[in-house]
Design a protein. Sequence first.
Length: 400
Amino acid sequence: MNNCIYLDNNATTKIDEDVLATMLPYLSTYYGNPSSMHTFGGQVGRAIRHARNQVASLLGALDSEIVFTSCGTEGDNAAILAALKAKPTKKHIITTEVEHPAILNLCRKLEREGYSVTYLSVNGKGQIDPDELQASLTGNTAVVSVMYANNETGVIFPIEQIGQMVKEYDALFHVDAVQAVGKIPLDMTNSTIDLLTLSGHKIHAPKGIGALYVRKGVRFRPFVIGGHQERGRRGGTGNVAGIVALGKAAELAQVHLKGIYEEKRLRDKLEKAILSNIPNTVVNGDVNNRLPNTTNIGFKYIEGEAILLSLDQFDICASSGSACTSGSLEPSHVLRALGLPYSVLHGSIRFSLSRFTTEAEIDRVLEVLPGIIDRLRELSPFSSDDADWLKEQEEAVLAR
Ligand code: PLP
């Protein structure tokens, strides 16, 4: 399995070997508690300070603005709940229909608790309409939470334009940058962002570590209540090895950003060859505002899961974005929000690359994929001849 062609890097990434080597001593030799007074614990505290500086430097932030968390989900939850506490009289939240469940499910819970939530829609390219945001902002808006880049389509939102609008209403601005960090340059120096979430396992650090940027001056109440760790902003003895790993991963991400065009070149090669060699294929999302590593392609008239299973037989890992719930395969909420036709919704596959993706791997995918699609289309009960059936389904989907 270790020789698989891994094109599912938006789901999680391989730990970089340098990251692993940096963290391992903190699982064995340096096991002291960073809060201890003795020298043994003190050297662990120093390693955490260094990691904080590495993460801050990737974001153009101050060291004191970085709070280590356990994952992106915790960061997202902590940010929204802290923002609501910082604006106790305001009861309105704005987010988008295409956020990660870490935001969407929290917002649904908050609705049940009496908050009102506006879920901004997206157009067919997965972009929000700034006018809809403008019309939704009120004096009662406590926080606007918008992702930097979408995990399924890679579409990048106009973050600073959104932030300017948010600032007019004395609301806090949270950005889920879990997918953007390490793939596009970020700089908090002159940014409108108040709170920003990132996650280690998306940038070649291990799972179970993340960070939240909290702009200096923003009132922040902890989500995990306990000791005085993280300057009282997150209780609990930190995941030291994870923190050290995240620091190293952030340092390497900064270096890698300079060579990100190579990842983009391979993504573009894959995408262009698929579109020109396989009929009835379409790229989902705003192709001009996208992460350099992601492509989401709709293969019309076949099920995405069938494509994934066939790719798996060639040791190729990709993703469909569908969640198998109660035996039925529902297309993802993200692709549904784009209002894609039924034929595209069900046959969409996400390929997400990393700095470890090679040209030979892309060539191998391009070698086997046309055959897979041909075979599945021959087996498929749906084809372009089923126009009536498809039209009916499309209408049913759009009416939902
Ligand atoms: N936000 C986005 C956009 C994500 O893609 C993910 C993970 O896929 C998360 C949040 C959650 O991150 P974690 O898996 O670290 O909890």
